[in-house]
Structure formats: structure tokens, C-alpha cells
Design a protein around this ligand. Sequence first.
Ligand code: FE2
Ligand code: FE2
Length: 215
Amino acid sequence: MITKEMKIEEVVKQNPDAIDILSECQIDFCCGGKQVLNNAAKEAGQDPDELVARIASYRRPGKADDWRQVLDFNREELINYIVVKHHRQEELLIEEVERLLAKILYVHYRSHQDSLAPIYRTFLELKGELTPHFAQEEKIDFPAALAGDPIDWSGLKDDHEQVGGLLKKLQELSSDFTPPDDACTTYRRAFEKLHELVDDIHLHVFLENSVLFEK
Ligand SMILES: [Fe+2]
Ligand SMILES: [Fe+2]
């Protein structure tokens, strides 16, 4: 049973579907997983009891059950899953978003430069953080963890905080991924894909911080 006294990471482990509600309320479940739900809810301007009731009655449509199994993976399965389903997928998404953002930046520069230029710069900063971060995990820390070496995860956790700040900034700069009324199809697609990338990274960081690093 979910209670407001639980840590956010415990809530998500018990009911992974909760991430939809937490994201909607802008409650950080990836780097802020150690926070108690009651406090995080209040900080986000939500009534803790109502939030608990919403999480308890919510079931995510679609593939949530697949993801539920991931929480039971052993260390090796989880690392493979993270690399294939998150690192490789996010690299593809990053390529696509970069291309789409560069395109709309040119086409809509006169009318939307104030919004699109900072989004583009922040996105590139995110890419600049993630590429060496993935390499550090795949080339150094994950193989060491698989070999059974004791790992100090604090460097990766610091990177996650940094990335989390950039995700929040992208969400704010894009008004929660809402394109302007005059947006063309490419503009809408760019914001959709950016949103997909941000959601994927949130899940990915949760799996590392709250599941893998604690195995
Ligand atoms: Fe990762
Ligand atoms: Fe990571």
C-alpha cells in the first residue's frame, strides 16, 4: 500500500505507474527519490492525501507491466537493459531532436528566437553531458560492477543531478513542451520528441540511482 510517509523511490518501486502522476505534478522521482512523498507533494503545491489517492487508483495504459519486471532483474540483466533500452535509444532520440530543433530554429527564427535559441543551447548542453556520461558507465563503471568490484557511484550521481537540472530547464523553456499556436508540424514533432527524450532520461536515471546503484 502506498502511503505519504514513503520515500518517492519506494512508491515508484511498488507502483511504477506512479511516474506518470509524479511527472505531471513535477515531482522529481529520479534524483529526488529519497524525498518523502508528503514533503515532495507539499513542495509541488499538491495535497499529499489526494496525491496518494490518485496514485493508488491510477493504472498506466499500455506497457507498464513490461517495465514492472525490470525492477526484478539481476545486476547483469539490468545493466544490459539500461544500455540497450536507454543509452542506445536516447542516442537515436538525441540525433533526431537535434536535427528537428536546428530546423525549426532556422525556419521560425524571426518569430520564436527568444524561446528556440535557449532551448537549442540547453539541449546541446544536455547532449554534452550525456555522451561522456554514457561512456563512463559503459567503459568503466558497469564492467567493474559486473566484475564484482566495489563501486563508488557518487560521480555518476552528481552527473545525474546536473542532467536533472537541464531537463527541468528544458521543461520550463518549452512551457512544459507546449508548442505555440502557430507551430508547424515540424515544430510540434520537435517538442514531442524532446518530451519523449526527457521522460526517457527520467526513467533511466531512476533505474540507476534507485535500483542499480542499490543492488
Ligand atoms: Fe545510464
Ligand atoms: Fe547514468
